[in-house]
Every structure is written in structure tokens, then in C-alpha cells.
Design a protein around this ligand. Sequence first.
Ligand code: M6R
Length: 602
Amino acid sequence: MCGIVGYLGKREKKELLLDGLQELEYRGYDSAGIAIIEDDQLNNFKAVGKLANLREKTKDFHSEGFGISIGHTRWATHGKPTELNAHPHLGQYSYVVHNGIIENYQDLKAELQNDGISFLSQTDTETIVHLFEKYNKISSTPFEAFAKTIERLHGAFATLLITEAAPDTIFFAKNGSPMLIGFDADEVYFASSDTPIIGKATQVYYLEDGEYGYAKSGEVKLFDAKGARAIQKQPLATDKAMAQKDGYRFFMEKEIYEQSSVISDTMIGRVRDKEIYFEELDSAFFEGINAIKICACGTSYHAALTSGYLFERLAKIRCDVEIASEFRYKEPLLDPSTLFVTISQSGETADTLEALKMAKRAGLKSLSICNVDNSSIVRESDAVILTRAGIEKGVASTKAFATQAMVLWMLSVYLAQKRQTMSDEAKAIEITAMLQTPKSLLVTEELHGKLHRLSKRYLHGHGFFFIGRDIFYPLALEGALKLKEISYLHAEGYPAGEMKHGPIALADSKLFTIALMPKTVHYDKIKSNVEELSARDATILAISPEPFTLADDFIQTIYASHPMLEFFEMMVVTQILALEIAVRLGNDVDMPRNLAKSVTVE
Ligand code: M6R
């Protein structure tokens, strides 16, 4: 979510920044900007849209000689993708770029506005530069002012600041969002990941949370809460393709591992003070709404199905979920008191977009839950909640699904708050569980190793049934979809209680059943369903906290306190199982045959 680069040295800075940002464009691309100080001369350029627009705008500009520079490619969180909201943000004589979310920006902004400072953008980032200039008036050095500024920030940030008050220095700080420093002789580089500096810097230091400092004359001074720190540089990788995957074999694998951290981004600013907040929704947004209709495709449809249970159970509001391509042609009866929700990772799925247009023509209010700001579905909707998963490269969706499910869970509780359908105690249970989600999404070496070993037994047979009940039924559908997308093996998701109505006829030792057996939801019922399959000799892989004697294979999850925590943990298991089976079969995990990341045709 947003990419940052910085450079201090003698090289031509514009091209260097633009090339670096190109490598980070996957982190966000709704606007980009650069700021350069050279010979005490400040230059700044910004452009909305992809980086190509900034390239075009800067084509006649060149920088020469020693100087300092920062650049940013944006993934909007606060404020629309406009030039004013693009980074770098300007104070009176300083520029800042930032990745993350300053949670207390509203308090800081109010304080600065009280001091008479006007803001140009709607971003949280602009507070950093004004705060710096405020402190610079009363500090003995610009670095002291920067340190005081950082001390005031709550939330996640990786930030670079340059100022005419110290035209040979780049100030930096990191907390929660990634940033590294690259070194080569007396040149210093900054970036959100190492791909922009591979081939340029020779050594690297990956900043830790809470570290800050400055780069000047080829030297970097590093500090944390305890004071000055030594920098332990390490050699920088030289293989760019490998570096983009952060050492993982596939983007899908990297994205599975990332889920634990991106889910925190999804919650930032939304889950706080024992309440759920969606600042992107007008307080009157749900007025007059007495039902919800959700349309989506594929994985997004499975996330929608999960929320069907949550909206009705928690917010006591009717919720229907439909596959967008079916909805379009069924001549649906639509009532303006129904909120029309679309869910899409890409925001470009043709069927979902057309369903949304139909609902709008029928006068329904619309909300999209999407991972790509400014996408067609987002632009078409009355309101949007961004899932903040960051760019997902693997065609088989993983972190997009996790963040969709999280947004929908938060939205159910948000609506329960509004409709007063939940006691404070019940809400506290939901919120406490939400805050534990990052832990449920962690992939341990032990789990991955076990799934790798076990996967060799599941490469043949005549098919897979993923079974579950309640919210674990959509998860079963999603587990089956993941497996078939990348392994090309036949897999179906089924409600466990439905097997005896027909599908159980297929049961024999070559039928692989992946049984989702959470302890928090109808354990005894699903246990009976799995026993029925086992009695017919089906091969059972049970995923449960509770040891299950009839299982041929068993993955033990933790005894969690909340069904959604079991949901997320089991989701990770099914994703890695699919991945390991596909790898053993020699398939292209990131770009499986016949599929596309964004399905813009009917
Ligand atoms: O971009 P969308 O979420 O609207 O895409 C919908 C489906 O095409 C998508 O989820 C597809 O099923 C994925 N390949 C699943 O891994």
C-alpha cells in the first residue's frame, strides 16, 4: 500500500526515482510524485494515475550534481486520488512522503489548524510536514524537530522528509510499514522493498519498527527509543525477480504469508475504542435500508456467502447473496430499501459491474467492497470500503479473500451497532476476536512442512470434497476453488449436511474429503457427517482443534474462542494444501492455465 523511494547522491535523480517507483507500482498506482532539492533549488512534480503520467510530465526536467530526493506512488486511503492528495506533501519549505496510516491525524490536524495552519489535502500524511515545521521553529536543529514530530505519530508509517532548512539531509522513520536503506560508497537509497535498489546499492539495512534518523553526506545516523544505534548492513541480493517475491517461490505463497500483516491494514482506524468505524460511510448511509443484496463472482462470491450468515446473525438484517452472472439475467425484483453490495478484488469484473449498473438503474443505493481504488466498480458505486490487501499478483486469490471476509465481518458488527442489535458484551467479544485475527493467519514452519509432506498423498484419486457447515461451507467452496484453480484436480465444496442427499454416492477410498471441523460451530453435527463418509471408506483429511480418530490425515488447529478465528486459520490450511499439491504436480501456481487475474468479459 503505497511505495516510497529516496536518494542522496550525485546521480541523475529524476530517472532514478521514476525507475524505483516503477518497481513499486504494484503497491499502488492512483497517483505519484517526486521532490528533489539540488543546489538549494527545490523541484516537485505530481501526477494522477499511473506512473507513465508522471514520466510524461517530467520529460523535460533533469537533475544534475549532488542532491537529495524523495518519491512516492500512492494507494489512496485518506482522500480521493487527486493531485492535491498525491505525495510528496508540502509544508512551507519541506516535503514529506509516507506509507501507512497516521491514526491520530485528526487530532493533530485540529491542533495545527488551531495554530492557523491550512491544509491543502485530505490526507493524514500532510500533518507530518506541518508538525515538523511547527517544531522546527522551536528546535535547535531540524533533526530535533523531526524526532519530536515522529514522537507524536500513532499508527503505521514509513516516511521520508526533506526540507530547505537542511538541504543536504533526508530524514526517515519507520513503524509498522516497510522501509530499507541501501548503501553504495557515498550514495544512500531508501525504498519500501529492495527491488528498486537492486543493481544500484551493494549493501542494505532493513529498518526495524521504532527506528528513525537521517542521511547526510553519504552517512546514515540511526536512532530508536533508547538512543543512537549502529547499523548492521548486509549484502544486497542481486536477483530482482527473486527479490520481488521476497524469497518465496511464488507470489501466491508470499501473499498467503502476508495475510497476517495485511489484515491489520484492513483494520487500522476501523477497529478502535471497542467500536467499529467506517469513515468512508456517511452516518446516514444505512437510513431507510432494511435488506442487503450482495453480488460477486468466484472467490469474492465466497466471501459474500460468509457474510450472509454474519449480517443476519449479528445485525438482524436480511441478506441475499447471488452470483453476479446469474443475477443479471434472472429479471430480479429489486426494492429501493435494499442496499446493493458488490464485492470484487479487481473492481473490473464485467458481470459484477453490470449487476451493479442494473441495481443502480432500479434505484438501489450501492456499496462496493474492493481492493482497487478508482476501479470501474468503485467509480460506479455510491460508497466504497477498500479492503487494503495491497496488490495481489497470484491469479488464485488469497489475501484478497481474507481481507474481504474481514471487511464484511467488521461491516456486520458496524451495522449491528447502528441497528442496536447487539449488546456491548457481545460486541466486545467480536472486537476482541478481530484483534486476534493476525495471529490466526500466521503460517508456521511446522504447518507448512506438514502440509508439504502430506500433499504427496493427494495427487490422484477421483476428486475432492471440501465440506463444512455454516460459515465453513463458503470456506469449503473457497478451498475447493483454490485447489482446482492451481492443481487442475476436480474439487467440490459442499455443505456437510447435504452429502447424504446425493454426493455420498461417490464415496470410496479414492474420494478425498477435506473436512472443516471447527469446535465453535456445530462440531457434533459435522462429526456425524464425516463419520458417514468414513463408514463408506472415503479418505478423510480432518482439519480441527479436536483430534478425530477416523481421520486418515489430521491437521490440528488451535482451540479458538471465536468461529471467525477458526475460519481464518482453516483458510490458511486449505490455501497451503492447494499450493503444495499444485507445486508437486509441476503447475504454474501464479499463472494457472485458462485463467486471468481480472475478468473483464462476460
Ligand atoms: O476481481 P474479482 O474479485 O471481482 O474477481 C472475481 C473472480 O474472477 C475471482 O475471484 C476468481 O475466482 C479468482 N481467480 C479466484 O482465485
